[in-house]
Design a protein around this ligand. Structure first.
Ligand code: ADP
Length: 439
C-alpha cells in the first residue's frame, strides 16, 4: 500500500481517537457532577431528618443513636462535597462552591455540640430548627451553583465538540488535498504509462506474430520445396546405383554409399522439419482423458513395446482440456524415447504419474534408461540436437522439439531431471485453463 495512504489513515485515526478520549473524559465529568448534585440533595434531606430526630428525642419518642448515625452521614457527605468541589476541573464557579461549602461547617459543628449536650440540658429546638433551615437555604443556593456549573460544563463540551468536529473536517480536507488527490493523480499518470506500455507490448506482440508466421511459412516452404529436388537427387542416386554401381571401383562404390545415406538422412530431416512447421496448425481444444490417450499410444507402439518387453504403468490420470492429437504426440515421443534410450538388453520400465499443482497439471514420465548428463539437460530440447550418434541410437533430434512446441501450446513447461546411468524423469505442465493466443 502507498506510504502516504498509511499516513492519511493514521492521521484520521488519531483525530478520531482524540475526539473519542475527549468525549469519554467529559462524560465522566458529567457523571461526577450528577453524583455531586445527588449528594448535595441528600445533604438537604439529612438536615431535615436531623431536625425531625431532635424533635422526636425531645418528645422522648426516640433514643439518640439514630441521630448520631445521621450526623455521621451528614458530616461524611459534607467532606465528600468539599473534596469533589476542590478536585473539579471546570474552574469557573467551583472555588466559590468550595468556599460556600466551607461556610456550612458551622451548622454541622452546632449540631455536633447539640448532640454532645443531649441528656444534659433541655434541647433548644427553636435554634436547632433555625440552624437546619439556614443550612437548607444555603445548601439550596449551593445546589443552584452546582447545577449552573454543570450546565456551563455541558455548553463548554458542546463547543469543544464543534471545534473538534471542524478540526477533523479540516484535517480530512487537507488529507484529501495533500495526500489522496496527488496519489490519485499519480495513479492516473501511471495507468496512462501502463496503457502506453501495453499498447507498445501489443504492437510488439503483433510484430512477433507476423514474424513467427513468416518464419513458419519459410520453414514450411523450404522443407516442402526441398522435397522435390531431393526426390530427384534420390531417384538419380538410385538409378546411378542400379545402372552403374558395378562399373565403379571400390572408392567410387564407397562414395555412392555415402551419397545414398546422406540423401536418406536429408530426406528424414526435411520430413521432420515439415512436420515441425505444421505441428498444431489445426489444433482444437477439447476434453481429453489422458488414460485413453495412453491406451491409444500403447496400442500404436505395440510392436516396439513387445519387442523390448517394455513395462508401462500409470496411475489415474486426469481428464483435462487440451489439444488432443498434440498431447497424444507428446506422450508418444516421450514414451518412445524412454524405450529407445536404454542400455542394450535392459527391460524398459516406464511410469507415468500426474498431480494437480495450482493452475497446472503436472505430469512425470520416468524411465530406467541411460539417463542424461547435466550439461545436456537444456540442449536436448533444441531442434535437431542429439547427444548420441546415429549408430548408437537412431533418430533425427526433433522429437523433444516437438514435445517443447506442444507443451508451449498448453502454456506449460517441459524439463528433465536425470543422472547419467540412473534413468530420466521428464516433467511437463499443462495449464488447466489454456489462454488461447496464437503466435
Ligand atoms: P531423437 O530421439 O531423435 O534423438 P529427441 O529430440 O527425441 O531426438 O531427443 C534428443 C536427445 O535427447 C536424444 O538424442 C537423447 O540423447 C536425449 N534423450 C531424449 N529422451 C531421452 C531419454 N528418455 N533418456 C535419455 N536420453 C534421452
Amino acid at each position: 500500500m502507498n506510504k502516504r495512504y498509511v499516513i492519511g489513515i493514521c492521521i484520521t485515526v488519531l483525530v478520531l481517537g482524540i475526539n473519542q478520549i475527549f468525549i469519554q473524559y467529559w462524560l465522566k465529568q458529567k457523571k461526577t457532577d450528577a453524583n455531586t448534585i445527588n449528594v448535595a440533595g441528600k445533604q438537604r434531606m439529612l438536615s431535615q431528618r436531623i431536625t425531625n430526630e431532635f424533635c422526636a428525642i425531645d418528645r422522648g419518642a426516640k433514643s439518640d443513636e439514630f441521630l448520631i448515625e445521621l450526623l455521621d452521614q451528614w458530616k461524611n457527605a459534607h467532606q465528600l462535597l468539599i473534596s469533589r468541589s476542590t478536585k473539579s476541573t471546570v474552574v469557573s464557579g467551583d472555588i466559590k462552591v468550595t468556599s460556600e461549602l466551607k461556610k456550612l461547617d458551622k451548622y454541622i459543628r452546632f449540631i455536633e455540640e447539640e448532640t454532645k449536650l443531649l441528656g444534659e440540658s433541655k434541647l433548644n429546638l427553636e435554634t436547632i430548627t433555625q440552624n437546619q433551615n439556614s443550612f437548607l437555604s444555603e445548601m439550596d443556593a449551593i445546589v443552584k451553583i452546582l447545577e449552573k456549573n454543570s450546565d456551563k460544563k455541558l455548553r463548554f463540551i458542546v463547543q469543544i465538540e464543534y471545534l473538534l468536529f471542524f478540526l477533523a473536517l479540516l484535517i480530512l480536507i487537507l488529507e484529501v488535498y495533500f495526500i489522496y488527490r496527488p496519489i490519485e493523480k499519480e495513479m492516473k499518470a501511471s495507468s496512462l504509462i501502463l496503457e502506453e506500455k501495453n499498447e507498445k507490448l501489443n504492437h510488439a506482440f503483433e510484430k512477433i506474430k507476423v514474424k513467427n508466421k513468416e518464419l513458419n511459412e519459410i520453414t514450411y516452404i523450404a522443407s516442402h520445396d526441398l522435397q522435390e529436388p531431393l526426390r530427384t537427387v534420390s531417384s538419380m542416386v538410385d538409378m546411378l546405383s542400379t545402372r552403374y554401381k558395378e562399373s565403379f571401383d571400390e572408392q567410387g562404390k564407397m562414395m555412392l554409399g555415402f551419397i545414398e545415406s546422406a540423401t536418406s538422412r536429408m530426406r528424414n530431416l526435411v520430413k521432420d522439419l515439415l512436420e515441425y512447421s505444421v505441428l498444431g496448425q489445426n489444433r482444437e481444444l477439447s476434453e481429453v482423458d489422458c488414460n485413453e490417450i495412453l491406451n491409444d499410444v500403447k496400442q500404436d507402439l505395440d510392436h516396439t513395446i513387445s519387442q523390448n518387453n517394455t513395462i508401462i504403468t500409470w496411475g489415474n490420470l486426469p481428464v483435462l482440456t487440451a489439444y488432443k492429437s498434440e498431447l497424444r504426440l507428446l506422450f508418444q515421443n516421450l514414451i518412445s524415447n524412454a524405450i529407445k534410450f536404454q542400455h542394450p538388453g535392459n527391460q524398459p520400465k516406464i511410469e507415468i504419474t500426474s498431480e494437480s499443482s495450482g493452475e497446472y497439471w503436472k505430469f512425470k514420465v520416468s524411465d530406467n534408461g541411460i539417463g542424461i548428463k547435466e550439461k545436456y539437460k537444456e540442449k536436448i530440447f533444441s531442434i535437431f540436437k542429439r547427444i548420441h550418434s546415429k549408430e548408437e541410437y537412431e533418430g533425427t533430434g526433433i522429437g523433444l522439439s516437438h514435445c517443447k512446441k506442444i507443451v508451449d501450446m498448453h502454456d506449460g513447461k517441459l524439463w528433465v531431471e536425470s543422472e547419467e546411468g540412473e534413468g530420466s524423469d521428464f516433467y511437463f505442465t499443462i495449464r488447466k485453463e489454456i489462454v488461447k493466443f496464437n503466435l
